[in-house]
Design a protein around this ligand. Structure first.
Ligand SMILES: NC(=O)c1ccc[n+]([C@@H]2O[C@H](COP(=O)([O-])OP(=O)(O)OC[C@H]3O[C@@H](n4cnc5c(N)ncnc54)[C@H](OP(=O)(O)O)[C@@H]3O)[C@@H](O)[C@H]2O)c1
Length: 245
């Protein structure tokens, strides 16, 4: 597969890129730090990625970088079979309530700009006859909850957009994979107390790769979060108001 990835310099994205490289897929890295991208590209080349691992700057806060970055990926790989977006931003609800500018940035990065990038990726994939678009939302988007009011709202919007894309463009060859991680131990969650069932990025990446290959529309990772969120979605509003989850 020829895959462009945004956010693969760290966390779950890096674990997924390493699996793709190890099985000999061709990968192209998008990100906002040139030196970081070069380091990650060298790592993936060593792990067996097909051909040279190219890189291009792409910053979710700078939409003017989207089109050149995707064009560079398509040119280097000779076309695109998949675009994977793991890039995202997190801040606690308390921090966001205290900082309006941070809130604006987070809503922008995790929803509006990610959608904008996905629209460009969708157009490119469909113009090439179809392909896979794999994007990381979150279990935080499954229900309005006290600890993730703002972050969860952005991820809920993103998941709704991805479902709409699936319905509208599947028949034309677009396969959409919406990943909903539960708590996973990465730089994003460093400093937070891991809850029971916290996952490791490598195990999540294995599950996401299987979903990417199969074209599973929604994947919870670790898998147990599917059942946890099923229960949470069924809880009456009066109960949700009382609990801290
Ligand atoms: N970890 C969890 O428990 C958890 C749970 C649910 C959902 N998620 C979601 O899963 C995805 C991956 O999370 P993770 O834990 O693997 O995160 P991570 O380790 O913090 O990595 C995040 C990646 O996103 C990139 N990024 C951040 N802001 C960006 C921007 N403006 N433009 C381009 N790239 C940007 C980072 O690049 P830099 O190195 O340049 O910062 C980094 O490569 C995210 O969408 C996150 O919201 C995570």
């Amino acid at each position: 597969m020829r895959v462009a990835l945004l956010g693969a310099t760290r966390g779950m994205g890096r674990a997924l890129a390493r699996l793709l490289a190890a099985r000999g897929d061709a990968v192209f890295l998008l990100g906002r730090d040139a030196a970081d991208l070069e380091r990650s590209a060298a790592d993936l080349a060593e792990r067996g990625a097909a051909g040279a691992v190219g890189t291009a700057l792409c910053d979710l806060e700078r939409p003017e970088t989207f089109e050149p970055a995707l064009a560079a990926a398509a040119a280097a790989l000779g076309g695109l079979d998949a675009v994977v977006v793991t890039a995202g931003m997190f801040a606690t609800q308390e921090r966001l309530e205290d900082d309006r500018e941070l809130t604006r940035r987070l809503l922008d990065v995790d929803f509006a700009r990610t959608v904008e990038l996905c629209e460009r990726a969708r157009e490119r994939l469909l113009a090439g006859g179809g392909g896979r678009l794999c994007v990381f939302s979150s279990v935080a988007g499954d229900r309005g909850r006290k600890p993730v009011v703002l972050y969860g709202a952005a991820k809920a919007g993103l998941a709704a957009y991805l479902e709409g894309l699936d319905h509208k463009f599947a028949a034309q060859g677009l396969t959409v994979v919406c990943v909903k991680p539960g708590f996973v131990k990465t730089g994003m969650t460093a400093g937070l107390t891991p809850p029971p069932f916290a996952g490791e990025p490598e195990a999540v990446a294995r599950r996401v790769l299987a979903a990417l290959d199969r074209g599973t529309p929604v994947v919870y990772a670790p898998g147990i979060w599917r059942w946890i969120m099923l229960v949470i979605r069924l809880l009456p509003r009066a109960v949700m108001r009382r609990i801290g989850f």
